[in-house]
Write a protein that binds this ligand. Structure first.
Ligand code: ATP
Ligand code: MG
Length: 574
């Protein structure tokens, strides 16, 4: 494409509402423009990158045996009522009525529509397994749309849904998608990690989120420095420590101490001059209406998702004052496990603690020299806390570290959540009616583009990895009014067109500095600079955006050189 004919409005100034670098650069590089909050148009350069991601996604999905469909964005309320989500989905679901006053929503996801499609046409085990996907616009009325197309309201997603006859089949479908996602993000040229994530109350023990590694990412990732273990912060497991035998004789006599107004760990620690790691925090939760005390070391944090999963609770929240009062006989801030009137579960962190401090279940009092076994019983020890950096890896002898990432994809086992509610059934070999087992698999297309920029940029602009670059090379004649220069530029451009190299010819009558700045801003991987001095030696300059490396190449060889550079990247990603 000739730059002079492109709609490529680059900006020098930084847009005032842009907080993150990808948002700033996508606006400045003329990729996107905001229409209204969380809703963007893609300009030609931006849309080319979107299409590149889509193409890789399509190829890998097809290779994994999934088939492409295209479902409507407008969905009738009845379907959502069948699944129960018309009530539960909340305000992210944009609802509206047509002229007949019938209720509809804009699809934030397509489980309902796909389950309806499949239940109507799939009748026997012979039609299974089935994996259908689409690349389509989603609408989610996010509370706080931000970061440009990274968290917007209208965005492109690839969503796939698998239907299987049994658990084994469903696991197989999941693994195929897991593999396809690895291929997709590798082929995009991104540094990423699949991490274990919580799967809530449905669909098995885990799901996986695919994270693009970037310091600016919203998500905390926990990974092992030795093995391949990685999980998001809420899911990351902590290994069970070995239980040490604590001899009775080491247990000091229990002592009640007056601690006026000392409620928090910090206050108690300061008042009694005891380190937080020698205090036990007693948190009382309300799990589906039943109180439960959770014990944890004073310097650590409870992971509520782990507690919820451990208790198998639908709803979990910290108990209110009334429940606390009933369970402990004291106001908030003085709870302890000794004589408490609730179940008591404890995090592994307290398994080997001795002579610790805890609340006395009495206003303004704490207990010293408390010991499990002698003073109270624990129903069970479990992994209930938030992981910390340098905790032991749950899989090997290594230590875990923290990093940040951006979730670009998610593979999830749905089990029978939708197929049961919406009666997606089939007849098995014996003519028995069975419920299909589902999985769902999403990739945020627009978020992948933004995440790529978060990971690949410098002070000058975007640094596209070749597979997602809108163009691979930009030819920059330093002065278009010099015929010897522009002739060579035109000639090289034509040759590259013939060779199907994706090239821009910067044929604008602009100063070289302006052209270089734009080329760096829009992040084209290779720049071929044609100037008088080198041309006298029959050479042009090749600049590699990523490394900043400069090479002088003979005019006759430059087309081949560019081709080889690009091909090498593609073949190494295969
Ligand atoms: P998040 O926790 O970031 O809100 P999610 O769990 O709601 O994500 P999914 O429902 O799993 O996301 O959607 C699949 C993919 O769609 C996500 O992995 C992400 O890449 C993308 N996505 C989700 N919400 C948005 C959004 N508001 N803007 C852009 N992409 C999004
Ligand atoms: Mg969300």
């Amino acid at each position: 494409m000739r730059y002079s004919e492109m709609h490529l409005p680059t900006l020098r100034e930084i847009p005032s509402d842009a907080e993150v670098i990808s948002h700033k650069l996508m606006i400045r590089a003329g990729m996107i423009r905001k229409l209204t909050s969380g809703i963007y148009s893609y300009l030609p350069l931006g849309y080319r990158v979107i299409r590149k991601v889509e193409q890789i996604v399509r190829e890998e999905m097809n290779k994994a045996g999934a088939q492409e469909v295209f479902m409507p964005m407008v969905q009738p309320a009845e379907l959502w009522e069948e699944s129960g989500r018309w009530v539960h989905y909340g305000k992210e679901l944009l609802r509206f009525r047509d002229r007949h006053e019938r209720p509809y929503c804009l699809g934030p996801t397509h489980e309902e529509v796909i389950t309806d499609l499949v239940r109507n046409d799939v009748k026997t085990y012979r039609q299974l397994p089935l994996n259908l996907y689409q690349i389509q616009t989603k609408f989610r009325d996010e509370v706080r749309p931000r970061f440009g197309v990274m968290r917007c309201r209208e965005f492109g997603m690839k969503d796939a849904y698998s239907f299987d006859a049994d658990e084994e089949g469903a696991q197989n479908s999941y693994e195929k998608m897991f593999k396809a996602y690895n291929n997709i993000f590798r082929r995009c040229g991104l540094r990423f990690r699949p991490v274990e994530a919580d799967s809530g109350s449905i669909g098995g023990k885990y799901s996986h989120e695919f994270m693009v590694m970037a310091d600016s990412g919203e998500d905390a990732i926990v990974f092992c420095e030795k093995c391949s273990y990685a999980a998001n912060l809420e899911k990351a497991e902590i290994a069970q420590p070995a239980k040490k035998n604590i001899p009775e004789k080491d247990m000091l006599p229990l002592e009640s101490v007056h601690t006026p107004n000392a409620r928090t760990i910090e206050e108690v620690s300061a008042f009694l001059k005891v380190k937080p790691e020698n205090i036990i925090k007693t948190l009382i939760f309300n799990a589906d209406g039943h109180p439960c005390a959770v014990l944890i070391r004073g310097d650590q944090e409870v992971n509520e998702i782990k507690v919820k999963n451990y208790l198998g609770a639908g709803e979990l929240e910290l108990a209110d004052d009334e429940i606390i009062n009933k369970a402990t006989g004291a106001p908030r801030g003085f709870a302890g496990a000794v004589n408490i009137k609730t179940r008591v579960i404890a995090d592994y962190s307290i398994m080997n603690m001795i002579n610790f401090v805890t609340g006395a279940n009495k206003q303004d009092y704490h207990l010293k020299n408390v010991n499990v076994g002698r003073d109270f019983q624990v129903e069970a020890y479990a992994d209930l806390r938030v992981v910390e950096e340098n905790d032991s890896c749950p899989r090997c002898a290594g230590k875990v570290k923290f990093a940040r990432g951006i979730e670009v994809g998610h593979v999830f086992k749905l089990g029978t959540k939708y197929s049961k509610a919406m009666k997606a059934v089939y007849l098995d070999k014996d003519g028995q009616e069975k419920t299909m087992i589902m999985g769902c698999y999403g990739i945020g297309i627009s978020r992948t583009v933004a995440a790529c920029i978060e990971q690949n940029h410098d002070d000058q602009g975007i640094v596209w990895p070749v597979p997602l670059a809108p163009y691979h090379v930009i030819i920059t004649p330093v002065n278009v009014n010099d015929k010897s220069i522009s002739d060579v530029a035109e000639n090289l451009y034509n040759k590259m067109q013939d060779e199907k190299i994706e090239a821009i010819l910067d044929d604008r009558d602009e100063r070289a500095g302006v052209k270089f700045n734009d080329a760096d801003l829009i992040g084209i991987p290779l720049r071929v600079v044609i100037g008088q001095k080198n041309l006298a030696l029959n050479k042009v300059e090749l600049k590699i955006r990523q490394t900043g490396e400069n090479k002088l190449i003979a005019v006759d060889e430059i087309v081949n050189e560019v081709k080889e550079y690009v091909n090498k990247v593609f073949s190494s990603a295969e």
